[in-house]
Ligand binder design. Structure first.
Ligand code: GLC
Length: 567
């Protein structure tokens, strides 16, 4: 390999910036990614369209001088969530509530199959972040606040994607974002955010105790890649932290896979020029740079860095070795193109059944006065449903769903709560109606079910200074509950929100997190399947309690591990 070809393998480009696909061959690019919503024609696209796109890029890579296959990556963080018709599972915070490592492994094994169906062999998942301040917009990407909850689920996720080790039917997993992404201090966010990409101000002992265990678990499970965090540790940007990346992750923990930057993360380093930033990052231990745009500048920076002595050639050789080891392990040299036998399985009924089970196990019952739940399946009675999310698939799936930020409304195939309730009561003596957000009308019923909460967001755009329940939600919940005998609240949220004033309105209160496409999992439990969920985070009484975590001496509204089971 020439030095330029080695540098090409270390360079990852977003599909949206590859206007001249021939450049993949010309520069020997190692990887292409689709960022959130980066589909064949913008957000969405069918599995077949995705597989056609990925195979198209691959054909150019195989036409390069050495014919080294591309490794294509996406954020399949709760199913292959960019793809229309894919099965979308509960986000990590709901899986954290399940505490079910076996289920997490099954979920990610199905995600593996639905990612393979699009010709993609690398997922930027699982996020093994340990969320310590729920005001963070990425709280829902975390399995919880306690590393003893996160670690076993992290290992299970890696094994779901990869199997016992990366192989010809694996999707390479990514433990992210290293290190301390969930521990940043409120008010230190960068890129204009309140807390996201901020500064994790901890002693090394505390950093290791809280944030490192999930990486140890992921490495023990054979994780093939690690993504570096935008955040800093005591003022040092992680993308330039040689001690934590090279000495700790690669040395002490023995990580043999490759380390990838976050999207344009290298450009946040304090160096004065991009070439200097690249040299700083590569010397710190980054093996692949998610540029995602200026790939020529990145290749030149690496080549010139080596030629000037700023970057040791041995560092480049180590990086390229790690990347090629992964490509060989995945069997990409033998089978570079998509295996279309998986494509037809994307969004299959069997996959959705597992997602339905995941929804059941994620639900956490916070209140159940007077035996409000379970609802009888027999007898004759009336149910009125309302709230902005009762029939809104987009609110049910949250961020990282078809588009990066997600969106309210109907954006893919799935079953809303209202559709699930209609299915569950069909042919029974139970009459149902949905008033939606028109909750002030004249109606009454034996049972009321409010479904509402947060609308979709992702990353720092979801950072919150209030964790507010929302005046619309409060009004609609109050309207419904004042018109029925028994009232049930179902909250869709990526994190705890302030519900102290809301709890008295309803006899039963369910934290449903962000369930994904299979709303039947909720009605299964309401009609008797039984709750098993346990809070993966402490639930604050007020936003001023944050950060609030088990053992910190503060008194939460509901503690880590709380959940009424089965009713
Ligand atoms: C984003 C996220 C990271 C994701 C990457 C590629 O900014 O921080 O989690 O994997 O960019 O989409």
């Amino acid at each position: 390999m020439t030095l330029a070809e080695k540098a090409g393998q270390m360079t990852q480009v977003a599909n949206t910036y590859l206007t001249n696909k021939q450049d993949i061959a010309t520069y020997g690019l190692g990887s292409v990614l689709g960022g959130g919503g980066g589909g064949p024609s913008g957000a969405g696209g069918t599995a077949t369209q995705w597989a056609d796109m990925v195979d198209g890029f691959q054909s150019y890579a195989l036409g390069s001088r050495l014919g080294i296959p591309l490794l294509y990556g996406v954020d399949a963080v709760h199913g292959n969530n960019n793809v229309q018709g894919a099965t979308l599972f509960p986000h990590h915070i709901g899986m954290g509530a399940s505490r079910d490592a076996g289920l997490v492994q099954r979920v990610e094994d199905i995600t593996r199959q639905e990612v393979l169906g699009t010709g993609i062999r690398w997922s930027f998942a699982p996020c093994v972040c340990v969320v310590r301040d729920d005001r963070w917009g990425r709280t829902y990407e975390s399995y919880g606040e306690d590393p003893s909850v996160v670690s076993p689920l992290a290992a299970a996720a890696v094994q779901g994607f990869q199997g016992s080790s990366p192989g010809p039917t694996s999707v390479l997993a990514t433990a992210k974002h290293y290190l301390g992404d969930g521990g940043t201090t409120y008010g230190t966010g960068s890129s204009g955010y309140l807390i996201d990409q901020g500064d994790t101000r901890l002693s090394e002992a505390d950093l290791r105790a809280v944030h490192l265990p999930p990486y140890q678990s992921a490495i023990s499970a054979g994780v093939g890649s690690v993504m570096v965090s935008y955040s800093s540790w005591n003022g040092q940007k992680m993308h330039g932290d040689k001690y934590l990346i090279t000495d700790v992750l690669k040395g002490e923990l023995g990580f043999k896979g490759f380390v990838v930057s976050d999207w344009a993360g290298v450009k946040q380093l304090p160096d004065s020029t991009y070439p200097a930033q690249v040299a700083d990052a590569v010397n710190a231990g980054l093996d692949m740079i998610m540029v995602p745009d200026d790939y020529v500048g990145t290749i030149n920076a690496i080549v010139n860095g080596v030629n000037s002595g700023a970057i040791p050639l041995s560092r480049v050789d180590d990086a390229v070795t790690r990347i090629l080891d992964a490509k060989f392990a995945l069997g990409l040299f033998d089978h570079p193109y998509s295996d279309r036998s998986y494509t037809a399985q994307v969004g299959s009924a069997a996959h959705r059944d597992v997602a339905r089970q995941a929804v059941r196990e994620s639900l956490t019952l916070l209140k159940n006065d007077g035996g409000a739940l379970p609802l009888p399946r027999t007898g004759s009675y009336s149910i009125v449903v309302g709230g902005k999310s009762a029939d809104d698939l987009g609110n049910q799936t949250g961020g990282w769903s078809i588009s990066w930020q997600g969106s309210s409304g109907t954006h893919t195939t799935g079953t809303t709560f209202w559709q699930a309730l209609q299915q569950a009561t069909a042919g029974t003596g139970i009459t149902v109606q949905n008033v939606g957000t028109r909750t002030k009308g004249r109606y009454s019923a034996d049972v009321g079910i409010w479904v509402g909460g947060e609308t979709p967001y992702a990353e720092g755009q979801g950072d919150s200074s209030t964790l507010a329940f929302g005046s619309d939600n409060s009004s609609q919940l109050g309207d419904i509950c004042s018109r029925v005998k028994t009232c049930i609240a179902i909250l869709y949220s990526g994190r705890p929100v302030i519900i102290g004033d809301q709890l008295p309105k309803a006899q039963a209160f369910v934290a449903a997190w962000l369930p994904g496409t299979e709303g039947e999992g909720i009605t299964d439990v309401l009609f008797g399947a039984g709750f098993t969920g346990k809070l993966p985070v402490s639930w604050p009484k007020a936003v001023t309690d944050e950060p609030i975590n088990s053992g910190d001496g503060k008194t939460p509204l509901f503690p880590l591990g709380y959940g009424i089971t089965p009713y």
